[in-house]
Structure formats: structure tokens, C-alpha cells
Ligand binder design. Sequence first.
Ligand code: AMP
Ligand code: GLY
Length: 427
Amino acid sequence: MKILVIGSGGREHALAWKLAQSEQVEAVLVAPGNAGTQLDEGTQNVDVAADDLDGLVSLAREREIDLTVVGPEAPLAAGVVDRFMQAGLKCFGPSADAARLESSKAFAKDFLSRHEIPTAAWIVVDNVDDGLEFARGRSLPLVLKADGLAAGKGVVVAEDERTVKKTLEDMLSGNAFGEAGHRVVIEQFLVGEEASFIALVDGETVLPLATSQDHKQRDEGDKGPNTGGMGAISPAPVVSDDLQDRIIDDIIRPTACGMVSDGHPFTGFLYAGLMITRTGARVLEFNVRLGDPETQPILVRLKSDLAEALMKTLHGKLDEVELEWDPRPAIGVVMAAGGYPDTYRKGDRITGLNLEWPDEIKVFHAGTRLENGNVLTDGGRVLCVTSLGDTLAQAKGEVYRWLPQIGFRDDYYRTDIGHHALARAGN
Ligand code: AMP
Ligand code: GLY
């Protein structure tokens, strides 16, 4: 079969790399892709932007694509799956209606409350006065979230009333996040350890992927601004087998069933961002696609044929899918451009990519492009260096031993990815 992957980040490189390994797959096109998907054997880039829905439908028709897999949230929220379905083409992901679980935080919170799925106490406001009134009766900190998509950056933890007021003013005036901030969700601050829980979902049928844990803050010790994610591990030891069962029973299945009973059944990857509190897991957010960078360590552990699993899911046969995982843990460390997530340089040459890497190491590209045979930086998150190991400590040691061989001007990475899990294991 011929596959099209939509997107250009590290998640999409990992998806394309994994899909190309399937014996049933003869070609993997990536629109628009990055230098990694251009250079890899078995994958090729096509110059169509991820938000050009007409262009993507035409591409899939012309190139006789059997299955399209959508990486990022924006095309899903814009209805790419609906458009493909109308054109009689197979596209893996939720409809725009179902994608509101991610594209509107107010929609997601209302959904969670109505279906009694555990989450932080909340309110949605469209004016500063209502926000301040809610805040007055609550203990600080409070978490303020722009309603719409803001690339993981529309969340502010306010430690004092002044910050609550200033954030409300900034978001509601549209200055901080544009249209996405015209409604603001304010919620109770939850204490615990975060984990990412991703499942394949088709209607009421769910199948979890391996667990994972992201590191959202830019700097060591989970400090600094929120980012799309600076590194991830799989599995996440905080999610024990028991807890996994409770997450499926109390969160994932009720979400799938709730979406069906609300009249917008979900098909695709459902990602619950969880806070594991002392009294159980609570939903911080939903994403309607794979996580980036969680996908990179998850997919290097997947032994099964991903193309077959996705095709079966689209044919209503998710109950027949079994996924086999490498028991070894994996870690992925993001190399970012200095300054990310604010302003950063682009167009710098990346060196060290042509080394002979050991089998356990895979360098996934994110914000990169190819120019005259050189790989240049082209985004905030540039690469994700991933390793498997017999233990997480060993995988981490390998990644940080190899990673300094790669370099570009002002490169930046955290050296403590996996620290929660390692502390649990007594490291
Ligand atoms: P979100 O985009 O909703 O996942 O929020 C981004 C990040 O903000 C999360 O990964 C958490 O680190 C933090 N966060 C969001 N909501 C809460 C909350 N209610 N309590 C504590 N931290 C939160
Ligand atoms: N790593 C978090 C996300 O993909 O949203």
C-alpha cells in the first residue's frame, strides 16, 4: 500500500520511518516533511503544506494513496479527515467535530464534567470580571488556559492574583494568543507527576499504546517556559499496571463511549495528558493525535506492523489488533534552537549527522531542511535523539554519550530527561 503522512516534525519522521518498515507498504510520502524524511530510504517528501487541505486531497488522489496518517492537530481541527472521507479517501484521525477535544479546552472540560471523568475543577470565562470573581474564592496557584490551539504554549500557572488579572487581560484582549484566547479556562492547580497516555480508539473500542512521559518545561529541573516537549521516555514507571487499568476504565473508555453517545464518535490516536495525583489520575488535557516527542520513544519500541494496525482500525477491526512492544525502555532527547520557545535562529548548518550510529540510537529530525546537500535548522525543536537500553539509565547514558557529536549554532538540550522515572528507580 501507499501511505501519506501529513506533517513535518519529529513525530512525523518517526511515523514515516515506522510505516516504511511494513512489508505491506511500498511507498511513504510525507507532506511537507523535513530533511530526515527526505534523506531516509523508503520515504520521500512532497511539497504540500500540512494546512493545504485541497492540495492534500489532490495529492492523495493523484498518487493513489491507500492510507493517509495525520501527525499534527491543526489539519485535524480544520477537518482534513472529513475532507478525505468526502473524497472517498482513507485518512487516519478524528473528524473536526471529534477533534474539538483538543481544539477547544472549554469543549473538553464540559465533556469531562458531563461524563464524570476525573479532571481539575474549572470555569470558562470571556471577561476579566468573571475570571477574577472565580479566582477570589480559590486557593492559588490557578491555571489559566487559552481556549483554542496555541501549540502547547497557551497555559499560564498564576501564583498570585496580579498574575491572574494580567493573564486574563492579555488572553482576553487577544494580544497573547489571538483568536485562541478569546475564552479562557481557569482551573484548580493539581499536584502530582504527569504522564502521557495514548490509545488507538475507534468508536467504543480502545487499545492503549505503551505509556510515556514528556518533559514540557524548557529547562533542567522542569523550570522555564512551557514548550511542545523537550524529551520523553517510554514506558512511564509512574503508570503501574494497576493504574493503567484504572486509566482505561475511568478515563479512556468513558471518553470513547461519551464521544459516541454525544454523536461525534472518535477514530484516531487519543492522547490524555494526565496528572497522577495522590487520589488517582486526572485529565489535564486531551490531544487528538500522537504526542511529540512521546511518539519517538514509543515507536522505537513498537515491534508490530503499524500500517496494518491503522488500516484495521479504519476498517472497524481494532478489536483484532494486538501490539507487541520491545520490553526495553526508550528515551528521546530534543535538541532545540537556543531561545525556543520564543525567538530563535534558523538556517544554521547541522554537523555530525552522518556518523555510524549504534543500532539502539535513532536520530529523528524535526525542524530541519535540506539545502545543497546540507542539513539546516528550520524550527525551534530541531532533532530528537532516541535510544533504547536494557534499563532507562543505560538508554539515557547512550543518548547523552552520542548526542554531543551532533552540533549547530546555539544548540540547546536538557540533560535531565527521564529524571522522574530514574528517581523512582533509585537513580
Ligand atoms: P495543557 O496544555 O493543558 O496540558 O497544559 C500544559 C501544562 O501545564 C501541563 O503539561 C502541565 O504541566 C501544566 N498544567 C496544566 N493544567 C494544570 C493543572 N490543572 N494543574 C497543574 N498543572 C497544570
Ligand atoms: N508532547 C506534548 C504534545 O505533543 O502535545
